[in-house]
Design a protein around this ligand. Structure first.
Ligand code: T3D
Length: 260
């Protein structure tokens, strides 16, 4: 029997897939789901067969955000509880050992939109909609959306989505640079796997360090950033993949990267 009840998790042909699996509630978030999501990402970090991760949803939605039928009661310690129960899942995605891609198969609303934003890339089905649903119910965006969304599409567009709660279509999301690609609904997972192929065959450690550098650049001075780049460069040059990459160039062949 599967150890997961709220998600489906598999690793197939070097790509791990986490499928949020509460389709009757459009995959709304619960404590159990977030715990399973975190556990699955930790498994990806440990299982070196996986060289990329897809996050998607079962049924007609990607994720509708917090399950509004199962919320903490008024007066509960929302900050302490959700920082302990939800934040680690989001942070695990942001720090994942391998490149991550949200394959958004339908509506991504509220904290469900935040989940997609925690991934490195988003590919959308034509029917996908992105909704900053929080203001519709009198709340502010959370699970990092106020950090990630303005950085992804700019302050003005982010504020517009957040304050109006208007849905963003897949076509506009692509035009705004939020998503890498829009594909026919039935092709979504195949397209996601195809899109990831260059990264699956890429130098996993260098890719992870590249993401770390881009994240660090949000806070660093230019000098601190240059130093960090060189520290990572020094570390990577001692690894197999950088030696292989340099040798392959000189030998005029394709590199075979294998570091995890
Ligand atoms: O207070 C705190 O806990 C703080 C945490 C905040 C984090 C947040 O994420 S706040 C934002 C929460 N999410 C929302 O406000 C979105 C609520 N959902 C919707 O607005 C709509 O469902 C959608 C726009 C996402 C989709 O609309 P539509 O017409 O395609 O589907 P639907 O008919 O509304 O929903 C289908 C079913 O899913 C329905 O169940 P039923 O009636 O068939 O039994 C609906 O109740 C259920 N569902 C949808 N979203 C949620 C949900 N059930 C629980 N929680 C949901 N978030």
């Amino acid at each position: 029997m599967s150890e997961y009840t709220q998600i489906h998790f598999e690793i197939r042909d070097t790509i791990a897939t986490i499928t949020l699996n509460r389709p009757d509630a459009l995959n709304a978030l619960t404590f159990d789901l977030m715990a399973e999501l975190r556990r699955a990402v930790e498994t990806v970090n440990q299982d070196t067969r996986a060289r990329a991760l897809i996050l998607t949803g079962a049924g007609r939605g990607f994720c509708s955000g917090q399950d509004l039928k199962n919320r903490l009661p008024d007066g509960a310690d929302l900050v302490g509880t959700l920082m302990e129960a939800y934040y680690p899942g989001i942070e695990a995605l942001r720090q994942c050992r391998v490149p991550t891609l949200a394959a958004v198969n339908g509506v991504a609303a509220g904290a469900g939109f935040s989940l997609a934003l925690a991934c490195d890339f988003i590919i959308a089905a034509q029917s996908a909609r992105f909704i900053q649903a929080f203001s519709r119910i009198g709340l502010v965006p959370d699970l990092g959306a106020t950090y990630t969304l303005p950085r992804a599409i700019g302050r003005s567009r982010a504020l517009r989505l957040m304050m109006t709660g208007e849905p963003l279509s897949a076509a506009t999301a692509e035009a705004w640079g939020l998503t890498a690609q829009t594909v026919e609904d039935a092709q979504l997972l195949d397209a996601a796997r195809h899109w990831l192929q260059p990264l699956v065959n890429g130098p996993t450690q260098a890719l992870r360090k590249t993401r770390e550098l881009v994240n660090a650049s949000e806070e660093n001075s230019f000098e601190a950033q240059c130093r960090l780049e060189l520290e990572f460069q020094q570390m990577l040059r001692a690894q197999h993949d950088a030696k292989e990459g340099g040798a392959a160039f000189l030998e005029k062949r394709k590199p075979v990267f294998k570091d995890a």
